[in-house]
Design a protein around this ligand. Structure first.
Ligand code: NDP
Length: 332
């Protein structure tokens, strides 16, 4: 499959270029708003061409798909342009700045008969797949509650627009809460109904929140507690799910790498749960490529991206107004 990269980003260089190539994909071109950085990026990653003109990239002969990993405010217009050019789209989260924009992206791809995927990497992890399977198999009975611990320390090389530029989509809610919303939806197969939240800015950045805690209700009656932060060097990440017949404890699993440990605790005791340690991004790209070939669906599609953004926006609104907010899924 022939790809174009929209965005000379860190995530592409650290994970997705390798994942595309691991699936036999060829990267024809990279788009950067800065010609010098684009040329340097292309040279460093063995990409044939760099351009600062999206129509040039979309006009590459034989181009099948694009991977969009620019800052968040650019995803909407770039995705719509790619869809209009008949290209399949793997787009980074959050899909867009607003729910309406995200819904427009998913609907446009659907109307054009193109594959549109959201790069929610966590649902591609062996650990999270194992949790989803344990829940589906009834190993913890009826799920009563879930806790997500996703307070990390933003590494210095990422302390740019994420912590100081609301206009580019900065803030821990669009950055991490979207992932946690997607992960909980993935485990439970249901969508949060209502949220309450408090958010704060510790001073790491400027103008956007760097920490948030929220509580969500689920249609089944389960309750979810979620904590995201950029400022916690030693907290470690994890998930707990508690049910009538057992509990699942995941530690160190809210990561980009196939790391961490899982335990199931039930009436018979504590059991370590083995899981597959494949590369998360390779699986995301592999399922996308299969979907383009007409086999199956991407790990997370456009509707998943709309819904994770919907939850995150509700959390932000709840934190702003200090009121409970019902999640609006834009008709999905
Ligand atoms: P980066 O800051 O690395 O890249 C975003 C944009 O910033 C690039 O498109 C580039 O613009 C510009 N840029 C990059 N490096 C520099 C530089 N040295 N100087 C000036 N500008 C620069 O962002 P990330 O890779 O961290 O995130 C990109 C997107 O991917 C976001 O939407 C984010 O939410 C998402 N993401 C998803 C992850 C996941 O696991 N699913 C993980 C990390 C990020 P240009 O292209 O114009 O050159």
């Amino acid at each position: 499959m022939k790809w174009g990269l929209i965005g000379a980003s860190t995530i592409a260089s650290e994970h997705v270029i390798g994942a595309i190539r691991a699936q036999g994909g060829e990267i024809l071109s990279v788009l950067s708003s800065d010609p010098a950085r684009g040329a340097d990026y292309a040279a460093r990653h063995g990409i044939g061409r760099a351009t600062d003109d999206l129509s040039n990239l979309l006009g590459e002969a034989g181009l099948d798909a694009v991977y969009i990993s620019t800052t968040n405010e650019k995803h909407h217009s770039q995705a719509l342009a790619a869809i209009a050019a008949g290209k399949h789209v793997l787009c980074e989260k959050p899909l867009a700045m607003t729910l309406d924009e995200a819904a427009e992206m998913a609907r446009a791809a659907d109307a054009a008969g193109l594959v549109f995927a959201t790069n929610h990497h966590l649902r591609n992890a062996g650990s999270h797949l194992a949790i989803r399977d344990l829940v589906a198999a009834g190993r913890i009975g009826r799920v009563l509650s879930a806790r997500v611990f996703h307070a990390v320390h933003l590494p210095p090389h990422l302390q740019g627009w994420r912590i100081n530029d609301a206009g580019a989509g900065g803030g821990v809610i669009p950055d991490i809460t979207v992932h946690d919303a997607d992960t909980i939806r993935f485990y439970l197969g249901e969508d949060p109904v209502e949220v309450v939240a408090l958010a704060g800015a510790s001073g790491m950045g400027a103008g956007v929140e760097d920490s948030v805690m929220s509580v969500w209700t689920m249609p089944s009656g389960a309750m979810v507690q979620s904590h995201e932060s950029f400022t916690h060097p030693f907290a470690g990440s994890g998930v707990e799910l508690h049910g009538t017949e057992g509990s699942i404890f995941g530690r160190g699993i809210m990561t980009q790498k196939p790391l961490g440990e899982l335990d199931l605790v039930d009436a018979a005791g504590r059991h370590a749960v083995a899981f597959d340690r494949h590369d998360l991004y390779a699986r995301s790209v592999a399922l996308f490529v299969e979907a383009v070939a007409g086999r199956g669906r991407p790990a997370a599609d456009g509707v998943d991206g709309v819904k994770s953004l919907a939850v995150a926006l509700a959390v932000r609104e709840a934190a702003r107004t200090r009121r409970a907010v019902r999640v609006d899924y834009a008709g999905f």
